[in-house]
Design a protein around this ligand. Structure first.
Ligand SMILES: NC(=O)c1ccc[n+]([C@@H]2O[C@H](COP(=O)([O-])OP(=O)(O)OC[C@H]3O[C@@H](n4cnc5c(N)ncnc54)[C@H](OP(=O)(O)O)[C@@H]3O)[C@@H](O)[C@H]2O)c1
Length: 334
């Protein structure tokens, strides 16, 4: 079968497409068992790009097939999984997803919600499950609260805007360009401010004295201002570090206004608590049914052009989710 392959750790330019053996019906997290999927679309994310340089916590032996999440059709599923051959599914594969066939653990494979196409399905798990896990389970977001989302036109950012709205919160998006402002609005942002402008002052004003939650996939210098933009009792959710540097916190800031810095690592949590995945999927799928969740697919590329897909993220040009069309004819958009 055809698959994207990483054979050296020198960044997106070294990505190739190769003929590799089809996967066994076994996943590394559930040896001897798994859901085998004909992949229609594979999601591309920031962590995949980190993997091309060996900078992600997961460091597979070379060569390897990247790809953490897919949408497609079930070929074979374990008895009792509730999945049937031919059924449309979304799945988190961890690795190996950017290929014509891939295997997922049964607890990370779910029916593809009816209103979504395969490309949207390939955008659902990593970003939306993370957004729900971060905002609701870690951030304890309540109806009527105000959320500030950094990197709001990116994959996690657009998902966070929609999930926050689905949880009854209002949102302020922080973005770096006009184009990203358009995408944040398309994702449903209540307000949009610019990362190179006085975003903290604007957020204080727009929220009437501070936000309740900051969701931060960016990190870097702006973290202190994120803490300053929280109201009393607020929570800053640490999700990622696309800005490149890991911020440090002077903890006196936390006690002065009774605020919290909360780590939100979806993968680290759900792999240890596999039984919680269906609860998160049910909540996200409920928001699909209610119309709050509609993944925004930015650029789409055929499998052969995977390197371009990776470069789109690497060069900070991604809008919403970047997707590889694995089987269907693609209509590349950049
Ligand atoms: N904690 C978890 O469980 C979890 C799960 C999934 C992903 N993540 C992490 O979340 C982060 C975001 O992932 P993503 O897929 O949403 O990425 P993405 O689509 O590329 O979006 C990242 C956003 O970060 C902003 N950014 C600021 N400085 C940047 C820089 N120097 N380079 C690139 N982007 C920069 C960009 O927005 P502006 O240009 O508007 O500033 C961009 O839209 C990553 O660090 C990823 O590893 C964490």
């Amino acid at each position: 079968m055809r698959a994207v392959q990483i054979s050296e750790l020198s960044g997106p330019d070294a990505i190739g497409v190769a003929e590799v053996p089809a996967p066994e019906l076994s996943h590394m997290l559930t040896p001897g068992e798994g859901v085998l999927i004909d992949v229609a679309a594979a999601g591309v994310s920031f962590p995949d790009v980190l993997q091309t340089r060996g900078l992600y916590q997961l460091k597979p032996d070379l060569p390897f097939v990247p790809g953490a999440e897919v949408a497609g059709t079930v070929v074979q599923a374990p008895d009792g999984s509730g999945l049937e051959p031919g059924q449309r599914v979304v799945a988190f594969t961890v690795l190996g997803g950017m290929a014509e066939q891939a295997v997922a653990p049964r607890y990370l494979a779910f029916p593809l919600p009816e209103p979504l196409d395969f490309a949207q399905g390939a955008s659902l798990i990593l970003n939306y499950h993370t957004a729900y896990f971060a905002l609701k389970l870690r951030g304890r977001l309540r109806e009527g609260e105000r959320v500030l989302v950094h990197g709001a036109a990116g994959g996690v950012g657009t998902a966070a805007l929609q999930v926050a709205k689905g949880l009854g919160a209002s949102t302020i998006a922080v973005v770096s360009s006009d184009e990203k402002e358009r995408v944040a609005r398309e994702a449903g942002a209540g307000e949009v401010v610019r990362s190179d402008g006085p975003w903290r002052e604007q957020a204080m004003e727009l929220s009437g004295g501070g936000v309740d939650v900051v969701l931060d996939p960016v990190g870097g210098d702006r973290f202190t201002d994120s803490l300053r933009s929280l109201r009393e009792g607020g929570r800053a959710l640490v999700v990622g570090f696309t800005g490149g540097s890991i911020p440090e916190v002077r903890v006196n800031r936390l006690l002065l206004r009774n605020i919290e810095v909360v780590g939100a690592g979806w993968g680290a949590y759900v792999l240890i608590h596999p039984d919680r995945n269906h609860e998160i999927a049910d909540a996200v799928n409920g928001m699909v049914a209610e119309g709050f969740v509609r993944p925004i697919v930015g650029a789409r590329f055929p499998l052969e052009r995977a390197a371009e897909a990776f470069r789109t993220i690497d060069e900070r040009r991604a809008l919403g989710k970047v997707v590889l069309d694995v089987r269907e004819p693609s209509n590349p958009s950049v």
